[in-house]
Design a protein around this ligand. Structure first.
Ligand SMILES: [Fe+2]
Ligand SMILES: [Fe+2]
Length: 241
């Protein structure tokens, strides 16, 4: 890699055009927030890929969800122009296949500008625990072993640090996942779901970062760089004091 890889990370949008905005959350502004975050980051940093980290809509069971996802996809595609768009299914999105189809993207491995990125589509059980399908984890391990270049793993739920209470909840299989990431030489694991976000921490040589939620003022997004010195996290805000 001649220059650092730059990834724009956008956490929990929770879009609901008829939702009530409150001082602490603005679900009705999702389309505008996504458009603004991408335009802002592309203009100021130059971006190699955009990752939408899940919970794109507030209620995936709402009959208007396909239409709302269409609006988000259109806004993202227009703002990102030719920049690759990665989408990570979240627990509020409900139907991962429909979500990825509307955005015209896929889970699994992607190679972009010398960086290797793997999108996981995890599952949520009725007891609100998150789970990593074994088949996907096996696919990831094989994919990781078959190429060169820094690896970024993307999933909705936080992996590390694990918090053993209701919220934020790490994936139930987080110990196996962190062991596999270390063995695969993952540079950075990126998550969302915990709306306050969690700073970059390292475990067994792997960086773990949890993105804050875009729909909450001051509307944070994150630019991540992957270079020879490892991952760097540059927090940004659409609303400044
Ligand atoms: Fe969320
Ligand atoms: Fe979530």
């Amino acid at each position: 890699m001649n220059e650092p890889f730059r990834l724009l990370v956008i956490g929990d949008v929770h879009y609901d055009p008829s939702g009530n905005d409150e001082p602490q959350r603005r679900p009705s502004r999702g389309v505008q927030l996504v458009r603004d975050a991408i335009s802002d980051a592309v203009g100021r940093f130059g971006i190699h890929a955009v990752a939408l980290m899940g919970d794109l809509v507030e209620d995936g069971h709402d009959p208007d969800t396909p239409e709302n996802l269409q609006k988000l996809a259109e806004a993202a595609r227009t703002a990102a122009a030719d920049i690759p768009l990665l989408v990570v299914p979240g627990n509020h999105d409900v139907d991962a296949e429909r979500l990825l189809g509307i955005f015209g993207t896929e889970a699994g491995g992607h190679e972009i500008a010398g960086c290797r990125l793997f999108v996981f589509s995890d599952m949520w059980w009725a007891d609100d625990t998150g789970h990593r399908p074994q088949e996907q984890q096996r696919l990831f391990v094989d994919w990781a072993a078959a190429g060169d270049g820094p690896i970024v793993a993307l999933q909705h739920n936080p992996i590390h640090p694990p918090v053993e209470n209701d919220y934020p909840y790490a994936l139930a299989e987080h110990e196996r996942v962190t062991a596999d990431y270390a063995a695969a030489g993952v540079t950075l694991s990126v998550s969302a779901h915990y709306h306050a976000g969690l700073p970059l921490t390292f475990l067994a040589g792997v960086g773990y970062f949890t993105s804050p939620a875009l729909h909450k003022p001051p509307h944070p997004y994150t630019v991540i760089t992957i270079g020879p010195e490892g991952p760097r996290v540059l927090p940004q805000y659409l609303e400044t004091a």
